[in-house]
Design a protein around this ligand. Structure first.
Ligand code: PHE
Length: 492
């Protein structure tokens, strides 16, 4: 006899887990920059528009798909439409590929917690990061030796994921009660510190000063939609997996509003910590804020450490707080990505939970070794670019088509409303059937055209073909094969 499916201990654990997955490194190093570059305060208009027309409606789709099928993304797709499970597999394996490099970024963060005690980067944070920590090779074609300090961080990260996922969803529900509030606390500390530094006001003005003219630019709206999809961890099979552990009468729409709004509120607030600190750096260097603005790893591992070492007191303390924040921000996103694949494999094969998790952690850690080499960052950059340009957009589009057009938006909405506190209206159908898919198609076509016309970054074409197109193509083939092998099978 199969065991009954596990459930979340409470509604709060589910919401916290979904919020933990959504709130990740991107909220700190992506959102503030995207907002600043796309109209500052005015960006909030397209951003919230995207949240309500695409983010929250899709959260409802994913929650409901997982809850009704009581299975991971492939089972959820299959339950809506036979022969569609490949789309769910595609979501899970994209998620898994993303985890392999996401964990490497976390590995650097472990190292930086350690470096914070001595502020080891003080002389020149950029030289320290590129030449000592990454020890970057001359180019993408030269992998070079594995950097043992990064490898140690990688192993620690995977051990943490293994330990957290080992006992199943009940334990995840407990862990997120720490990994969600802790980075919020760190961020509050950093924001208070930042806002009380000289130059903070100029930084904040830069971040928030509205440039309404930008709203006429279609790219700003696309940036808002892209950021919403990425930030809410949509299109990765995570939310279907998490929702598959919900009880039958669980609420959908209110949970979606809560997750979406909490995540976006956190992003907005993260901008306070980031831009006040950037204002301080600009003040110290006597340059305009625009000259010091950075995003991505450069912000977290070069610019922010530079700022930390300039702090008048307790610099090491703030360094530790910052990197602990990155670690705790990242960990719940990382294990949610693994859980997406783990749940789907378990549901398709009936394999034991612990066995699946153990194997995924071993394979993930081994795959991640490539990013610990001297050429690792180049590959991380390429794989990240293609995975985030194509993965989530394609899957979100498949969700809109399958739910909106094949299953029927109003029929699905009725299912959502049956157990939800907030009853959603016809606007939801319009978003899922027309607005969101139209925008997703636009984003997808635009990415394909730009990436074909111009290989990404300064990398040679062969590297783009291998790490980008080849990787995407391979994942599509694997997902179709998995879809064929495990079509319609549900083992509980
Ligand atoms: N939502 C996370 C962030 O904003 C990133 C992420 C994307 C995590 C996709 C899981 C899946 O950083």
């Amino acid at each position: 006899m199969a065991l009954p499916r596990e459930h979340w201990a409470s509604r709060t654990s589910f919401i916290m887990a979904a919020v933990g997955s959504a709130i990740g490194l991107g909220n700190v190093w992506r959102f503030p920059y995207v907002a600043y570059a796309n109209g500052g305060g005015a960006f909030l208009i397209p951003y919230f528009f995207a949240l309500f027309t695409c983010g929250i409606p899709l959260l409802m789709v994913e929650y409901m798909m997982g809850k009704r099928a009581r299975g991971g993304a492939p089972q959820a797709f299959e339950a809506v439409r036979p022969f569609m499970s490949w789309a769910g597999w595609l979501a899970c394996i994209f998620a898994f590929v993303i985890t392999t490099y996401y964990c490497c970024i976390m590995a650097w963060s472990w190292d930086y917690v350690w470096y914070s005690f001595k502020l080891s980067w003080s002389a020149d944070a950029s030289v320290f990061f590129n030449e000592q920590v990454l020890n970057k090779s001359i180019g993408v074609g030269t992998l070079g030796a594995i950097q043992s300090h990064i490898l140690i961080g990688l192993i620690l990260t995977w051990l943490a994921i293994l330990a957290i996922l080992w006992k199943g969803i009940g334990a995840v529900g407990k862990v997120v009660m720490v990994t969600v509030p802790l980075p919020v606390l760190c961020l509050v500390i950093l924001a208070i510190r930042g806002l009380t530094l000289p130059g903070a006001a100029a930084g904040m003005t830069y971040y928030l000063q509205p440039d309404f003219a930008k709203l006429a630019d279609a790219r700003v709206w696309l940036a808002a939609y892209g950021q919403i999809l990425f930030s809410l961890s949509l299109g990765m099979g995570i939310l279907q997996a998490y929702a598959s552990y919900l009880p039958k009468d669980a609420d959908i729409s209110n949970n979606a509003f809560m997750t979406g709004l909490t995540n976006c509120g956190f992003s907005f607030f993260a901008g306070f910590a980031v831009f006040s600190a950037l204002g301080f750096l600009a003040y110290l260097e006597g340059v305009p804020v625009a000259d010091v603005v950075k995003a991505g790893p450069d912000l977290a591992f070069v610019t922010y450490p530079t700022i930390i070492s300039q702090l008048p007191f307790w610099a090491s303390f703030f360094g530790v707080v910052f990197f602990i924040m990155l670690l705790t921000l990242g960990i719940d996103s990382a294990f949610s990505l693994v859980e997406s694949f783990a749940t789907s494999i378990k549901d398709a094969t009936g394999m034991r939970h612990t066995k699946v998790v153990l194997w995924l952690c071993i394979i993930g850690a081994v795959m991640g070794i490539i990013y610990t080499t001297r050429g690792g960052l180049y590959w991380l950059d390429i794989v990240d670019k293609y995975a985030s340009d194509y993965g989530l957009v394609t899957i979100a589009l498949a969700e809109c088509i399958v739910i909106g057009w094949i299953f029927g938006a109003s029929k699905f909405r009725k299912e959502i409303n049956d157990t939800s506190e907030i009853r959603i209206g016809f606007w939801w159908d319009v978003c899922i059937k027309f607005l969101t898919p139209a925008i997703l198609i636009f984003i997808l076509v635009k990415s394909i055209i730009t990436n074909i016309l111009e290989p990404y970054g300064d990398y040679p074409l062969w590297a783009n073909v291998l790490g980008g197109w080849g990787m995407v193509g391979l994942l599509i083939i694997v997902s179709i094969l998995l879809g064929i092998k495990y079509n319609c099978r549900r083992v509980e």
